[in-house]
Design a protein around this ligand. Sequence first.
Ligand code: F6R
Length: 249
Amino acid sequence: MELVVTEDYAALSRAGAEWLARGIIAEPDAAVVLATGNTPMGMYRELAEMGRRDGLDVSRLRVFQLDAYVGLDPGDPRSLYGWMARAVLAPLGVAEVQVVRLAGDAPDLQEACRAYDAAVAAAGGFALSVLGLGPNGHLGFNEPPSDPTAPTRLVTLTEESIASNAGYWGGRDQVPRQALTAGMAPLLAARRTLLVVSGAHKRDILQRTLLGPPMPEVPASYLQQAANVTVLADRAAWPFPVPDELVPR
Ligand code: F6R
């Protein structure tokens, strides 16, 4: 695991876009799982801009949805699929047929999770994974406590996640209580992972993620045991020196 600290959010977004562009150029047919949430929005905008400026072939990319609220159809603008479509797929020019959805609207949710894990396995696992850090240490919607072997599954959101999503939904009563999430197991098996973290409100949970013992109560802490993880934080999130063991080599 390595930690890269940028001066501010704009620099984090540029560095994140470069990380993803390098990965796509190296492996144009990569299976990529992409978080929504606020933090990666800047890097997705930068990536789309880089694509327009320099050209970036995304025609063979396979994009996997990271998480989905239960009961919303993908056409609903509040769905995480809708958010990903507006923020990433449309600006980058990724076609819908290139996307593997996590079907929170499926009649059989267990089957939808099994189908998703089978599609990840058929793709040879995730080549690239872009994740955000939940205020409670969640990855995707792998809420604490989450075991590192947890598969893709149906989860009940914690109060903390409901509160942090309330703004997006126009009040906490409006936030769905259940979601599907890509599991810890497929996420931790990704060949390269970028965790983007911005803002002073993430400082404590980022310290526990990077330096605390890996534990189910901080699911993101298991990234310490995964291969090729780059944590990209702005100075507000990491105002400390970079610990020796996390200096990029
Ligand atoms: C979003 C997701 C969440 C967010 C996390 C951080 O698809 O799965 O795990 O990445 O909650 O959200 P932000 O970036 O809004 O702080």
